[in-house]
Ligand binder design. Sequence first.
Ligand code: M6R
Length: 365
Amino acid sequence: EKGGYEHFMLKEIHEQPESLANAIRGRLDFNLGTSVLSGMGTSARDLSEIQRVVFLGCGTSLHAGLVGEYAFEDLADIHAEVQQAAEFRYRNPIISRSDLVVAISQSGETADTLAAVREANQKGAFVMGLCNVVGSTIARETGRGIYLHAGPEISVASTKAFTCQVAVMLMMALKLGRGRRFSREEGLKLAREIERIPELVERTIQQSDKIEKIAARYAEHEHAFFIGRGYLYPVALEGALKLKEISYIHAEGYHAAELKHGPIALLQKGTPVIALANDIAGKDKTLGNVEECRARGARILGVITEGDKEAAEFMDDFIEVPACHPLVATIPTAVALQLLSYHIARARGCEIDQPRNLAKSVTVE
Ligand code: M6R
């Protein structure tokens, strides 16, 4: 059932080009430069009435929602925010009928996310689900939504669900954006970039052997920091979560600008800093932060855009991901970090598919 792979996690990482192709298939309209997401269950009028989008989720799904927040604000010009589902539920959320609430959950069974859905439904918001498991409780209770079509995810560490969640949110933002500020031409450009995602991920996965060699140099450390800014900030958080859950290395994800407000105090000679420095807005500032870390003796592993010699100069080691639209770049970058975590955990002899203390789906609040 592992299809010849040593672990489900590795199998699921490798399945991503296909999962993503399934998530995208039939959902892009190259005539109108938009996306077709009937599951959103919205008429054109509904869409124009949406004033705010609130994403809800936990763990990896929360990080996907954070990417969604950036995508909706930048592409669709719409106020968007992400909230940890348990926090949303207990803080008297201000919700109105013009709010679109998107519950993100691979399993569709996470108790905190389900409770948040019930709260949002009760307050009259327009609620939809972004689930992978067909017929799951959240999918049923939201009544409308978009399935990821990622295929079954067995490994406790979420991989293909995350990348499919981001891909689907990009298509949602494209659809909303076309109703608001995007021309057909701009819409087409983005649709073509989204269409490339499976290939971009395939090219990233092809570097698995190289990433494995790099991972061997980082496997002995007990602490690691992931930094990024802009679209890559949520990816830094996700990279740190993945590493800590399967390798038991204490890993922290920070906005690159936050380091010098405290965490930099923890850097010592050789402390690994994984810097997401793809060639997108904010790169120069992140490279400046890399210098600050290096000055404290940190060992820097960069994720950079293929062929970016300038960024490579700043790094002790680097992994390259293909050049693409900056929002789309979140996906191959996350895949590179999944492989890094996997190979580090494997080098440490960890269990990987069933990490201690964790369950695939958290059904208690
Ligand atoms: O099924 P869900 O997407 O609602 O699950 C949410 C989290 O429990 C989940 O993403 C968790 O953080 C993963 N183990 C991360 O790899």
